[in-house]
Write a protein that binds this ligand. Sequence first.
Ligand SMILES: [Mg+2]
Length: 288
Amino acid sequence: MNHGYLIDMDGVLYRGHELIPGADAFVRELQTRGIPFRLLTNNSQRTRRDIVAKVGRLGIDVEEEHIFTGAMATARFLAKQRPNGTAFVIGEGGLLTALHQNGYTIVDHEPHYVVVGEGRTFNLDLVEAAVRMISSGSKLIATNLDPNCPTQTGSRPGCGAMVAMLEIATGVKAFSVGKPSPVMMRAARKELNLSTDETTIIGDTMETDILGGVQLGFHTVLVLTGGTHREDLSGYAFRPELVVDSLVEVAHLLQRSSWRSLWLAPNDGAAELERNRPPSPNSAVLCG
Ligand SMILES: [Mg+2]
């Protein structure tokens, strides 16, 4: 059975500059077995090459083709909507590079789009310029609406926080491309060359990874190595199919089917595997 994985990075593979134990082995196993995967991030700051270097330092060796970012999704989306357009960008290298690679010109006058991503370049001069452009008809695009980004020392304002400022100042709602938007989720799935049934998203955030996966019809796995705790789940009207402590448990479940699939046919699938597992307070919970 074909199967492939969209794996969120922050909170799944690493936290800040620290590898989450087992993440390197999991990715290595997928590569060894030729199982398709993409590493996903809403963050538009870094280019694919930057990310390959970052995860490489942590012991996760992947190629640029394995990386799929909110910047890429946004640039590809805009190139389809309006080929060879112009953009005023509040963001950093990853977003600028992706836009250039997709035929876009970066301008500071009458752009087709004002595009907002993460970064440390945000200041009131840029906001003022962007507000004037949006009020004159430029369209407001958010790479994502994450309210904050986790850091090693806590969190910092995310793209969504910056976009909110522009929305309130102009009265215009942004169009967001990143997770959970189907624009990014579908584009990432197509990179795997798999159907929705064959695609599993693994993430640590209910509002993006799991919501997007549920809406697109992917299989969903929540890992508890990031921002979500098991007791948080009762606050949501939707739920992931599987909740695990970390990627180590996903590898363990896949091992039981000889890495054929996490989701085999009824009576032969993960539910059966779960029933066969010795009970443990830390064991994976299969929902539904
Ligand atoms: Mg995450």
